[in-house]
Write a protein that binds this ligand. Sequence first.
Ligand code: C2O
Ligand code: CU
Ligand code: CU
Length: 467
Amino acid sequence: MKRRDFVSLVSAAMGTSVILSCKKTLVDNQSSLHLDLMAARGGGGVPAQRYPLKFPAILSHNGGILDSKLATSDLGGGVMSNVWAYNGLFPGPTIRANDGDQVTIQLQNHLPEETITHWHGLIVDHDNDGHPMHAIPKGNVFDYDFTINQRAGLNFYHPHPHMLTGKQVYLGQAGAFIINDSEEAALNLPSGKYEIPLILRDATLDKNNNLSYKPASGGMFGKIPLVNGTRSPYLDVERAVYRFRVLNGANSRIFGLALGNGASFKLIGNDGGLLTSAVTINRIDMSNGERIDVLVDFRSVTNGTKVMLRDLRSGWDLLEFRVNSTEAGPEVNLPSTLSSISPLSSPVTTRTFSFDAMSKINGLEYEMDRIDWTVPFGVVEKWVFKTNGNAPHPVHVHGASFQVVSRRGGRNQLYPWESGWKDTVLLEDSETVEVLIRFNNYRGIYLLHCHKLEHEDMGMMANFEVV
Ligand code: C2O
Ligand code: CU
Ligand code: CU
C-alpha cells in the first residue's frame, strides 16, 4: 500500500537527463582534474590545498521529498564526482524535527536498483523503519509517516536494501536527522553557525575522480577522508565555543578523533542524545554508525592559528579549523546535570549473540524472511555481544536504544562516549559487551546487525520480532 508506481513520465524523463548531464560535466572537467589532484597531494612539503567545508542543506520533515538519484558533486576544487545522492546532494540534506512532530517524507527511487531508507537512531514502527523487506524497485516511491517520540539527538539516515547497503551508502546516500526537544533547548547550547554537523567517512576516487566501490570482505577502506562530502576541508571559526555533531558515516573505518594541538573538548552527548553530565576528554573513538556531540572551545586560541581535527588511527588530517576573529565569544556554562537518564535494571532474559567470521550471527547468515527470536514488549533484557574473530564489529540494533553495562576482554573497559543511550556499540576481538535493552515503543520486526556495512551485506544481520 505504501508502494506505488511512478506514473509521471516527467519524473522518468528527468532521471534520464540527469544521467546525460553528469556525463557531460565529467568530460568538461577532465582537463582540470589532473592539475587539481596534483595540488591536493601537495608533495615535497608543500601544504595540501584545502577546500571550504560543505554544509548539508536542510530538508523539511513535513512533506519533504528525498529523491535518490544519480548526481555529480564537487568534493573540493571544482572537480565533479559521480555520486548517488539524496536530492542530488552529497551528503544528503539534514532533516530537523522536534520531539512530538509528525514526519511525512516521500522517498523517490531514481537509482538503477532497489532501495529503502532507514532512520538509524529513530525509534519508529516496523513499517517506517526501512527494513530491507520494504525495498522499492527503481521508479517507485515510499511514503514515510511517523511521529517523533524520543530525546533530542543526532541520527543518521541511509539506505538499507538487502545486500546493497554498503554500495549505496558508499556512493553517497547518507544524511543527518537531528531531533530537538525542550530539555536540550533549556541548555542554550551553541546554535546557528556555532552548531555544525560533521559527517565523517572515507573514499577512494578512481582516475575520473568518481567514487569507486570495491568492497573487500574485511570492509571497504577508502584512501582519503571526506568530511561533509569535502576532501581536505577547512572551516573558518571564530574565537568561540562550537558544538560539533559528529557522525561516523564510513562503511568500515573507525576514527580516533583528537585535536592536533592536544586540546581537550567536552563530550555532551552520543547516539541517544545528551549524557547525564559533560565529560572533558581529548580523544574519542567512533565506529560506524556512532554519533557524538562535543563542544570545542576556540576562545583561548590566538587569532590566525590553525587547529587540526585529526584521526589518530590512520594519522589523517580530517578538518582544519582556521581561527580568525580578534574578540573572544562568550563562555558556555553547562549545568552539572545535562539530562537525567534512568538506568535499566533487572533483566528478565539474557540472550547471547556471537558475531562469527564476517557474515554470521550465532552461526547464521541473514535471511530476509527468517525471524530468529522474539522479544516480549516492554521488558528489560540483557543482550551479550561476543565475537569469534574478524572484529571490529560495530553492533547496531533497530527499534530501541540500549545502555552498555560492561565490556570484558580486549579493551576491558567502557568509555565515556558509551554511557547514556546507545544504538551502536563497538565490539573488538576477544571482547564481550553486555547491554540492557527494552523495546517499549512498538511491536514488530526489527534488525540486529554489524554496522561494518560489508559484514552486514554479507549476512551479519538478523531479524527479531517484538511481540
Ligand atoms: Cu545504520 Cu540497520 O543501520
Ligand atoms: Cu539503524
Ligand atoms: Cu562485523
